[in-house]
Design a binder for this molecule. Structure first.
Ligand SMILES: [Zn+2]
Length: 371
């Protein structure tokens, strides 16, 4: 027992000595991944490797497995084991996969011997340089967060405390932004970062112009009576229930109220509709999956009443050329939820659970798109 403990401590003592050069074929890109000596063996951290090889990784904390997707192929490693599986065969790297704090380390030999073995012509190691083909990368890199309403448009107003929807939306979006930037390493852009009015059309235009990969609109609900409660997530489609139609009317009302009356509505119909119909049809399935992933995590983590994933024809989702959803965090017309929605801790939990939903979706989506 004691010997094992000491050897683990020794494993932790590492010194960085050298680096392995990685050259991307057909481009001028050259990288240098630093090698770390662990127990006398040369290792490279996955953290450093991932952006170079554009690999997607997922850690299964429960069974200590690490999934690494490189060039659309899947490698499954086990923490502390030198064996990994690839295309239902087992391979031995001779040195184990090691985890230090939150980082995984692969023996350098995996790059110099195993990659050339599996990728043949596409990977070669000569004289200290790994030369590989250009990896494709269609993974999610830019996420646009859209806090609903703002400025002259307060959105829904709470019945008891007169909480303004625009403030709740912004608070949660800002908390979500911080998590995404810190833990998912993506670029996060906001349609508004303060209390200002932005038209619905400008919100999607902003997402399209910035080539966003995902568009997340954040709202809070309201109803005429005080009993309805719970969270729901929407994606754009024409089929809908009467409940969904009511929420759709509420969220679309901003056009009539603040964007120049009923005549302004026409700009969101007609030609725009045909265009948006095309843009979202391509992403219908992904938007549905994104909505499901967010809704599931939101309900499980916030213990909110589950109103489900729904479809509606929101102007703000129209014309977005990427998977897009609209989240209704809860009901400001419900006294208990109104109180929760301005609670700092609950807002943080909402942000955390939406984050988990986005993270899970991203992993699946990146893997499919990079294959
Ligand atoms: Zn709203």
């Amino acid at each position: 027992m004691r010997i094992t403990f000491i050897s683990i401590v020794l494993l932790m003592i590492t010194i960085s000595l050298s680096a392995i050069d990685i050259e991307i074929r057909g481009s001028n890109q050259k990288y240098s991944a630093s090698e770390t000596q662990i127990d006398g063996i040369s290792y490279v951290s996955i953290q450093e490797l991932s952006p170079i090889l554009k690999c997607i990784n997922k850690q299964e904390r429960l069974d200590q497995r690490l999934y690494l997707h490189i060039y659309g192929e899947t490698f499954i490693f086990l923490e502390g084991s030198s064996y990994y599986s690839y295309k239902i065969e087992s391979y031995n790297m001779h040195f184990p996969l090691i985890r230090k704090a939150a980082s995984y380390y692969l023996p350098t030999a995996f790059l110099t011997e195993d990659l050339p073995l599996h990728f043949g012509q596409d990977a070669a190691y000569r004289k200290g340089t790994l030369s590989i083909k250009q990896p494709v990368d269609h993974s999610v890199q830019v996420i646009v967060l859209d806090p609903g309403h703002g400025g002259k448009d307060p959105g829904a107003i709470g019945k008891k405390l007169k909480v303004k929807e625009k403030d709740v939306n912004l608070d949660v979006a800002l908390k979500l932004k911080a998590l995404l930037e810190k833990e998912l390493n993506v670029r996060v852009l906001m349609t508004r970062s303060d209390d200002r009015f932005v038209s619905l059309g400008d919100r999607t235009r902003f997402a399209n112009e910035n080539k966003a990969d995902l568009f997340i609109s954040i709202h809070a609900n309201a109803s005429k009576n005080s009993s309805p409660k719970g969270a729901e997530t929407y994606y754009l489609a024409t089929a809908m229930t009467s409940d969904a139609r009511a929420v759709e009317a509420l969220e679309n009302k901003v056009v009539e109220l603040y964007e120049g009356g009923a005549s302004a509505l026409s700009k969101y119909d007609g030609l725009d509709f045909i265009l948006s119909d095309l843009s979202q049809t391509e992403h219908l399935q992904s938007s549905n999956e994104l909505a499901s992933s967010v809704q599931q995590n939101l309900i499980a983590g916030c213990k909110a009443y589950d109103r489900g994933v729904k479809q509606a024809n929101f102007y703000v989702l129209k014309g977005a050329f990427m998977p897009s959803i609209l989240i209704e965090l809860g009901f400001l017309s419900n006294a208990e939820e109104e109180r929760l929605l301005i609670n700092e801790e609950y807002q943080q939990r909402l942000a955390r659970t939406i984050f988990e939903g986005l993270k899970r979706f991203k992993y699946r989506y990146d893997r499919i798109r990079n294959t």
